[in-house]
Design a protein around this ligand. Structure first.
Ligand SMILES: [Zn+2]
Length: 291
């Protein structure tokens, strides 16, 4: 009787294995994750549900890591619904130096972002207040600043000056665009001097720094705001850490060039979490406009 029970159990195990094999079920196999439903946090490695992450404005609920988001999301987040009117959307870059693969890169970035260059500019309203706004998109050749980006920023500054409405720029950039050589570098002087005219007219300018805002953009219009706000943990700076380390021949402190370090050293005015960004901009605008 005992023997029979043992045989039956063995038979059961065999059949179970056989059926699973026939069905293609492998032991310990994980269920495949449907593409695009889950996202891994770049900072803490947590697997996050995309819809939840979207609801949380692409900020990791576990470690508060701020994911990089598109220009569209910043416009949605900051402006009153349906108030954005794009300006200079037809300006597109030209490969005047015949730089290797530049046209290909432009074409690819245009497809990826729906933009003609690394910035979108226009007018809109924030809590009913008129603003000129520009938002950079890192997906367009690393948010690099060539002639078009510089020209669009300058025109936005001039419009803000003419209309006497505040200017807001959301920055995300690796710096000047090497494929446009010296003309990229000239945009630094052009935008900085235009901002000086804005200051003379006492028109406020709020600069928002997102991850990363570096090099030629950080060294020109991004750091010249009447208020400079950064998202937490953003990489901010001019030269990269390796170049600095080689130049000064010293070890760099931990957290060097992150928002928190820059705040501590007086390079920025405040760090604001994404969920509080609009609220903070509204408070600042009301303060600047005496409302
Ligand atoms: Zn995380």
């Amino acid at each position: 009787m005992v023997l029979d029970a043992g045989r039956i159990f063995c038979y059961y195990l065999f059949m179970r294995w056989f059926v699973r094999k026939e069905k293609g079920i492998k032991s310990k196999e994980k269920k495949p994750i449907p593409d695009g439903v889950w996202v891994k946090c770049d900072s803490c490695g947590e697997i996050l549900y995309r819809k939840e992450l979207e609801k949380n404005l692409w900020v990791c609920p576990r470690c508060s890591y701020h994911f990089r988001i598109s220009h569209k999301k910043y416009l949605e987040m900051l402006l009153d619904e349906g108030t954005f009117k794009e300006k200079d959307g037809n300006l597109a870059p030209v490969d005047f130096l015949k730089f290797k693969d530049y046209p290909k890169k432009i074409e690819k970035s245009m497809k990826n972002t729906g933009l003609k260059d690394a910035i979108i500019c226009g007018e809109g309203k924030i809590e009913g207040m008129d603003v000129e706004i520009c938002v950079m998109d890192f997906k367009f050749i690393g948010g690099s600043m060539g002639s078009v980006v510089g020209e669009k920023v300058k025109r936005a500054i001039y419009r803000a000056k003419e209309r006497k409405v505040p200017l807001i720029i959301v920055n995300a950039s690796g710096g000047a665009r090497m494929q446009e050589g010296i003309l990229s570098l000239m945009q630094m002087a052009k935008t900085a001097s235009a901002l000086n005219l804005l200051a003379e007219e006492k028109v406020p300018y709020i600069s928002i720094l997102t991850n990363p805002t570096t090099a030629g953009v950080m060294a020109s219009y991004a750091s010249l705001g009447d208020a400079v706000i950064a998202e937490p943990g953003a990489l901010l700076g001019f030269a990269g850490p390796r170049v600095i380390q080689q130049t000064i021949k010293q070890e760099l402190p931990p957290g060097f060039q992150r928002s928190e370090f820059m705040l501590k050293h007086g390079m920025i005015d405040m760090i604001v979490e994404r969920k509080n960004l609009k609220k903070t901009v509204v408070t600042l605008l009301r303060h600047f406009l005496n409302k």
